[in-house]
Write a protein that binds this ligand. Structure first.
Ligand code: 5AD
Length: 364
């Protein structure tokens, strides 16, 4: 028999990766050293095994259901200047827009007709939308569509604003923590932005009673196994209802224009790891993943994701909301094509679910 040393070593890595996966599935956590070991393995067979386990775990709670959310990018004005983001205030070449309330309602009406029962209002931190102005919009949407959930993805505000929007009817809030390492945070953001305040905001959101989502980019400049481990530990502590994980993608007019994109492999691995850590979590296969690879969304679902957020924004503004280059805005990414998305999901064994899709993590 031929003896292949390299293969043998490879096999033992794979065996080890499977062991770590089994333990993670069993205990929903790992000690630091084991987590790091797993994060550093790049064998496809290990990712396959992780994904297979993630699918099984998700199926226990969600069967074959994939939830959809209609994403409305209501403003690309932003007071912040994050180094990675295409709509940072320092980017002079962005054509800025903000939707009128009536335009937002047209989006929700169209989305409702298409079958969406969650609307995600996502925007840059635009001070035009005061507590009262946004509150009015939330109230109006909830009056118009009382059977729908409203999710906000609108950045950092005062505790009072979060509470007020909750009283107006908002149900969920997405605020990625971006990184749980203070040093890494300072590498991604200018000094005026605060690591502590970001985490404070997430705390306030939970206290205000939102189903809360945190998350981070994979492969952002300066990310290491240690910062990723810190992210996992932070999520363990926060116990978010949702987590947004997608690859960093460079945008040509940002300070990170020439940085490499995050990898498909690492993004899929983290999705699977998060599913094993938080079996009931709502985990989107993000637009960034769909941009990185043509089949990215399907791959994300097959690695344990269970949410897709097609774009419901007016077509005329979609290309102005470019957090990164080449953002996909058509095909499965477009809310209008949700039937096609459904057939793509069906082809890999999943079903689009037209319910609100609230968090099952009620104990949080
Ligand atoms: N690549 C990938 N994701 C990005 N985001 C912002 N800029 C980029 C980029 N260049 C993510 C951030 C933010 C979310 C709305 O989009 O994580 O929280």
């Amino acid at each position: 028999m031929k003896h292949n040393k390299k293969e043998e070593t490879g096999d033992s890595f794979i065996l080890r990766g499977k062991k770590l996966t089994d333990r993670l599935r069993q205990e929903q956590t790992l000690p630091d050293a084991e987590f790091k070991e797993l994060l550093e393995m790049d064998e496809e067979a290990v990712l396959d095994y992780l994904s297979q386990n993630a699918r099984q775990v998700r199926e226990q709670y969600y069967g074959s259901k994939i939830y959809i959310r209609g994403l409305i990018e209501f403003t690309n004005y932003c007071r912040n200047n994050c180094y990675y983001c295409g709509i940072r205030r320092g980017n002079r070449s962005v054509q800025r827009y903000r939707l009128q309330p009536e335009e937002i309602y047209q989006c929700t009406d169209e989305g409702y007709e298409l079958g969406f029962r969650t609307f995600v209002l996502q925007g840059g931190e635009d001070i035009f939308f005061t507590k009262e102005r946004l509150g009015e919009i939330i109230r109006h949407i909830k009056n118009r569509h009382p059977d729908c959930a409203v999710t906000l993805s609108f950045g950092e505000w005062e505790k009072e604003a979060y509470q007020y929007w909750k009283e107006c009817g908002a149900d969920r809030y997405l605020l990625r923590h971006e990184t749980a390492s203070e040093v890494h945070y300072a590498l991604l953001h200018p000094d005026e932005m605060s690591f502590v305040r970001r985490r404070q905001c997430l705390q306030w959101l939970k206290e205000a009673g939102y189903q809360t989502g945190a998350g981070f980019m994979t492969g952002s400049p300066g990310q290491t196994t240690d910062t990723l481990l810190a992210d996992l530990r932070y999520l363990e502590q926060l116990q978010p209802h949702m987590a947004g994980i997608g690859p960093f993608l460079p945008q040509h007019e940002t300070p990170f224009a020439s940085q490499p994109a995050g990898s498909l492999h690492m993004t899929l691995k983290l999705l699977a790891v998060l599913r094993l850590m938080f079996p009931k979590i709502l985990l989107p296969a993000t637009t960034a993943l769909g941009t990185l690879h043509e089949k990215g969304r399907e791959m994300g679902i097959l690695a344990g994701a269970n949410v897709i957020m097609p774009n419901l924004s007016p077509k005329s503004v979609r290309e102005k909301y470019q957090l990164y280059d080449n953002k996909v805005i058509s095909g499965d990414e477009s809310a209008q094509e949700v039937r096609r998305l459904a057939s793509h999901m069906r082809a890999i064994g999943y079903d689009i679910c037209y319910e609100r899709g609230d968090s099952l993590m009620t104990e949080c």
